[in-house]
Design a protein around this ligand. Structure first.
Ligand code: FES
Length: 83
C-alpha cells in the first residue's frame, strides 16, 4: 500500500523517491518555490507529523518544526501544512 502525504488536509500518495515538492507537483498541487535547492526558503512548510530526510543540507533558515519541501523526502506517511 502506498504511503500517504497529507498537505493542507488533503490526501495524496507519497513516492519516497521524489522530493515532497515533486510529489505535490506531480499531483497538480500548487506550491510556492523558487530555487529548488534548499537556499531561498520559499518552500518552507510546517511538519505536522512524520519524518523527512534531506539529500543535501538545507541552507535556508528554518524555525522549529519547519521543513523545506524542495530538498526533503519521506519514506512513511507524513502530514505537512503550508505556512
Ligand atoms: S525552493 Fe528554495 S529552499 Fe526550497
Amino acid at each position: 500500500m502506498p504511503s500517504k502525504l497529507i498537505y493542507n488536509d488533503q490526501q495524496y500518495t507519497l513516492d519516497a523517491d521524489k522530493t515532497l515538492l515533486e510529489n505535490l507537483e506531480s499531483q497538480a498541487v500548487s506550491v510556492e518555490f523558487h530555487c529548488r535547492d534548499g537556499h531561498c526558503g520559499a518552500c518552507r512548510s510546517m511538519l505536522v507529523s512524520g519524518d523527512v530526510t534531506y539529500s543535501s543540507f538545507p541552507m535556508a533558515y528554518l524555525k522549529e518544526g519547519e521543513i523545506l519541501l524542495c530538498c526533503s523526502k519521506s519514506e512513511k506517511n507524513i502530514t505537512i501544512k503550508s505556512l
